[in-house]
Ligand binder design. Structure first.
Ligand code: GLV
Ligand code: MG
Length: 324
């Protein structure tokens, strides 16, 4: 290990994160009762310009009046390039900051963007005399944000998670894509001809680099990497495949832009019973080896290295959070 120790963001379940437009208050109660770990009430792209003010009021009322249970509550503010953003922060934090866990900053481009919001939120919390600190989630969804992702990840003690916003990222990089978070048949490899002269087309994951890059920046700074939206909510298999790709790379959650995607995200992002049992077996073997004063840990005739033990600890801790 490096001498540099990585401080971990507060441990929160973030398997599914439901997007709820702030302009649709009739959806709030159902959202409060759903199985999502995190809900973000949106003031940004799901809300038309002439509805922004009313959406802000709806969100403040909802945070104060609805019983959201143990859900982690977030608000997606407007971007720092809009004149809505300062009032999103001031009004929502001043009037509903005590039930707000996180602020989601869209299209974050530089560490200075994070600094600016941090300054504003800090002043409000201090003026109110609150000791609870609201955390930040950042959407990495522009070429600038991706270029500066490491600086953004390190920019504030409030940072908790990085989210891959594939829709805006595609727009920003001018990637050729049609379905949000989907793949493109032209991003493929052609195999060499087989003995019969046949060639196969293997579709690739055009988001692999971007998501991996973000995962590294998140983990190197103790933050949760979260995969963003999958647009076609009539395609659960496509959603599941995208979520598994993200999970395999290290993401611990995925957005749901439709209630039907919550259960899918929870399913993919939860360790399976077999994984938990195996991890527990590894930890038991470690405890037995320690008790017997042995340096090496073995299980089922195989040596267990310390990397496997650390993975097992993470998994068992996640299972404990889910159960709890
Ligand atoms: C999310 O905001 C996205 O642009 O994908
Ligand atoms: Mg976006």
């Amino acid at each position: 290990m490096s001498f540099h120790s990585i401080e971990q963001a507060p441990a929160r379940l973030n398997r599914s994160e439901l997007a709820v437009p702030g302009s649709q208050p009739q959806m709030f109660q159902k959202a409060a009762e759903c199985a999502a770990d995190v809900i973000f009430l949106d003031l940004e792209d799901a809300v038309a310009p002439d509805e922004k003010e009313q959406a802000r009021k709806n969100i403040i009322k909802a945070l104060n009046e609805i019983d959201w249970g143990r859900k982690t509550m977030s608000v997606r503010i407007n971007g720092l390039d809009t004149h809505y953003m300062y009032r999103d922060v001031v009004d929502v934090v001043e009037q509903a900051g005590q039930r707000l866990d996180l602020i989601m900053i869209p299209k974050v481009g530089t560490a200075a963007d994070v600094y600016a919001v941090d300054m504003l939120v800090t002043q409000i919390e201090d003026a109110k005399g609150w000791t609870k600190r609201i955390g930040f989630e950042h959407i990495i969804e522009t070429a600038l944000g991706m270029q500066n992702v490491s600086d953004i990840a390190a920019a504030s003690k409030r940072n908790e998670s990085l989210h891959f916003g594939v829709a805006d990222y595609a727009a920003s990089t001018r990637a050729r894509t049609t379905v949000i978070g989907g793949v493109n048949e032209n991003y493929a490899v052609l195999t060499d001809p087989d003995p019969a002269g046949e060639r196969q087309v293997h579709w690739g994951d055009m988001w692999h680099y971007a998501l991996s890059r973000m995962v590294v920046a998140a983990r190197a700074n103790g933050l949760r990497p979260i995969d963003g939206p999958f647009g076609d909510f009539s395609d659960p298999d496509g959603f599941r495949a995208a979520a598994y790709r993200a999970a395999v790379l290290g993401c611990e959650g995925k957005w749901a832009i439709h209630p039907s995607q919550i259960a899918l995200a929870n399913e993919v992002m939860s360790p399976s019973d077999a994984e938990i049992a195996r991890a527990q077996k590894i930890l038991n073997a470690m405890a037995e080896a320690e008790a017997a004063g042995k340096g090496a840990v073995s299980l089922d005739g195989r040596l267990i290295d310390y990397a496997s033990i650390r993975q097992a600890q993470v998994l068992v801790e996640k299972a404990r959070q889910i159960a709890g």
